[in-house]
Design a protein around this ligand. Sequence first.
Ligand code: NAD
Ligand code: DAU
Length: 378
Amino acid sequence: MKKTIVITGGAGFIGSHVVRLFVNKYPEYRIINLDKLTYAGNLANLKDIEDKPNYRFVRMDICDFEGIYKLMQDEHVDGIIHLAAESHVDRSIKDPFTFAQTNVMGTLSLLQAAKAYWESLPEKYEGKRFYHISTDEVYGALEMTHPDGIEPPFSTKASSGKHHLAYGEKFFTEELKYQPHSPYSAAKASSDHFVRAFHDTFGMPTIVTNCSNNYGPYQFPEKLIPLFINNIRHRKALPVYGKGENVRDWLYVEDHARAIDTIFHKGKIAETYNIGGFNEWKNIDIIKVLINTVDRLLGRPEGQDMDLITYVTDRAGHDLRYAIDSSKLQKELGWEPSLQFEEGIEKTVRWYLDNQEWMDNVTSGDYQNYYESMYGGR
Ligand code: NAD
Ligand code: DAU
């Protein structure tokens, strides 16, 4: 069936994987990548699909209500997959206003534009969908408790029936109340509430998903994994916040994109789904894996670069542990992560080492000229 779908934030890390998946998998769909191209947007992430006939890029701010409303009318938009956001916690601590503006007001302006357009159609909301991509950080932070004095990580069984290692007994489930701590997660939480309010008040067909930390190709090198891979390569210090004891739950980005595809097509309206791979790691342990992998792939003695580890002042309000329970998604919609972490991290390190040009373009700022050269300022 033909559909026109706007994917916001498609020039960013996760968005570029979602755009690529949809453009390649659904030639019958028209995919519009709507992105403002902030520092985090990089059209070079989509070089391989930019000439496909079912793809169009539109440079626009999600806060531009008029622009979005007109685009929806002109293009007869059926669905929105909303990823555009300010996404880096450290930046939100320095500049919360931008996070409220983009993540809250931007989401609201998209919702209002979609409401105005869809309600003007004879079929109203029939066949329409507003899918909002959120984060596990809205649930706050989990403790590192362990049963019977066992030192974490310990083996436990998820409600999906599978065994995995965990650093605590509690997990983020869809029923948990929101307790965001950072300005980033507070803004994301607020946007999630607006999305649900548009379903409850106006009957808009919305879905919200909350995902754990993603890793993989095309991530902006301000985030832990690409930053540290690049620093290890160039033998630069690795700034570990606090003691490196914080736990994150890591998912390969293409598995997140596949989950988004599954949920967009099969998810129930008004539902929330948590997305994660039951894959908890302490930062310091991941950092050691990165060092060993980069060293091995570059032909250096494995572990040689451990001396780059530099403990620095902790992030303000640093959440201790995130751990997603994705049993609902696994049981109800049959999604599962496809990659083991060892395989995913090896693939990721290789990708950054093999794509030094991409990294150099980003770190030098040259990537910001790509739009002008491709689209001539249109
Ligand atoms: P990113 O920072 O890599 O990309 C964000 C994209 O949004 C960029 O292309 C940027 O240009 C665009 N953008 C920013 N402000 C905009 C605006 N006002 N108008 C239009 N476009 C704008 O982010 P990411 O890591 O790919 O995250 C994407 C989404 O997924 C975010 O909503 C984030 O909260 C969520 N999320 C991220 C992770 C993660 O681990 N990265 C995990 C769970 C959820
Ligand atoms: O959980 C999902 C979230 O994951 C997403 O919603 C966010 O958009 C995404 O940025 C990510 O947030 P984190 O704060 O967990 O990711 P980040 O890569 O910034 O940091 C991962 C961990 O590593 C965190 O505990 C902080 C630590 N860290 C990070 C950096 C950049 C360091 O120790 N040193 C660093 O230099």
